[in-house]
Ligand binder design. Structure first.
Ligand SMILES: Cc1c2[nH]c(c1CCC(=O)O)Cc1[nH]c(c(CCC(=O)O)c1C)Cc1[nH]c(c(CCC(=O)O)c1C)Cc1[nH]c(c(C)c1CCC(=O)O)C2
Length: 343
């Protein structure tokens, strides 16, 4: 039996204190992150410089002793490896060349031609597999095809994913071919991360909430199911965490339908609701509102205790409902950790 608490929770064990890590735990709220990012020059150089990417992954582990470390990279490196141009506009976010037709999908690189570009990411994994503390679980990740496709189709982030919905509704063949191409490449990308030392994979579907009805089944559930099944066939026992963010009722049964070991829950649903409707089927991860990491105080303590209490009768990994923001106060993360660990 492993003594890594995160792996134990993923196997369904109910622990007296939940394992904890935070989405975006390596990020701009930490002065040491900002210093290493400045040393790298920019965000993408940081992602592609293995020593520095490993360093920022380790920083929050040293500072807080989280139970898990997540590989430092980005979900948009995969479309870049598929041949799209990617850059970040300061203060705005990602920009990308677009794919909006079958010809565009056909022009993408094949699923086995992504590894040259992504080799530095695999090297980061190898460094971390060596250097992480033995009690720390190492998480690899990728974006889910729908979320990644929304950026590939629009060339940027958007509030309502309108461009992706439009392609889905007007050129189903091109849209489906794009989802399939990203699904196939994601399987190869995650396989390499696991071969390089990741012990768990997390699938980020940040925009799953905008898929409704049959679209949710076809483009959130199905790709998660295919990716999970193929990874588990290649790596028996590999734990998979799925995060269909803002899925609402779609969270119910998501683990059963996809084969994922754990469902990550955002903070638009209450922990009590998630315990009753989702945790009944297995491990859940979540779901404190990230804004408490900015505001802190007694409200943080009480909200944290409420999340822990709501999930205490089943397998639970403590996390935020979404990424920690640049405005968060590092001291509030210390308070969070004290609150969780003193029980
Ligand atoms: C949609 C998405 C992206 N990236 C990711 C998602 C899915 C999760 C989510 O919904 O947030 C996932 C991601 N991005 C990053 C990680 C690393 C691991 C971690 O610490 O969580 C992970 C797992 C680093 C990052 N990815 C990004 C940063 C900030 C970059 C910086 O240092 O300037 C980090 C630390 C940039 C990024 N990357 C992306 C956007 C839209 C942005 C700009 C917005 C922002 O600045 O927060 C795409």
């Amino acid at each position: 039996m492993t003594d890594k608490t995160m792996l134990r929770a993923l196997k369904g064990e109910v622990l007296p204190t939940p394992p904890v890590w935070l989405m975006r735990q390596a990020g701009r709220y930490l002065p040491e992150y900002r210093a290493t990012r400045a040393q790298a020059g920019d965000f993408l150089s940081l992602c592609y410089t293995p020593d520095l990417a490993a360093e920022v992954t380790l920083q929050p582990i040293r500072r807080y002793g989280f139970d898990a470390a997540i590989l430092f990279a980005d979900i948009l490196l995969l479309p870049q490896a598929l041949g799209l141009d990617l850059w970040f506009e300061t203060g705005e976010g990602p920009r990308m060349s677009t794919v909006t037709s079958m010809a565009g999908v056909k022009a993408l690189k094949g699923k086995d031609d992504i590894h040259d570009k992504l080799a530095p990411v695999y090297e980061t994994c190898r460094i971390l597999a060596r250097e992480l503390p033995k009690e720390t679980t190492f998480i690899g990740f990728a974006g889910m095809p729908w979320t990644v496709a929304t950026y590939m189709i629009a060339g940027r982030g958007s509030k309502d994913q309108a461009a992706a919905h439009k392609l889905k509704d007007t050129d189903r063949a091109a849209f489906s071919a794009l989802i399939d191409a990203v699904t196939d490449a994601t399987i190869e990308y995650l396989s390499k991360q696991v071969e390089a030392g990741c012990e768990v994979v997390k699938l980020f579907d940040s925009w799953a909430g905008s898929l409704k009805g049959q679209d949710f089944e076809d483009f959130a559930v199905e790709p998660a199911k295919r990716i999970t099944a193929e990874l588990k066939a290649r790596f028996p026992g590999l734990p998979v965490i799925a995060f269909p963010r803002e899925a609402g009722e779609g969270y119910i049964g998501f683990a059963k339908k996809t084969g994922a070991d754990c469902v990550a829950i955002d903070n638009s649903v209450s922990p009590e609701w998630a315990a009753a409707n989702v945790q009944k089927d297995g491990c859940v991860q979540g779901n404190l509102d990230p804004s408490y990491m900015v505001t802190g105080g007694q409200a943080l303590v009480e909200a944290t205790q409420k999340v822990v209490a709501a999930f205490k009768n089943g397998p639970h990994i403590f996390n935020l409902g979404h990424g920690i923001t640049p405005e968060a106060d590092p001291e509030n993360v210390t308070l969070l950790m004290e609150t969780i660990r003193k029980g």
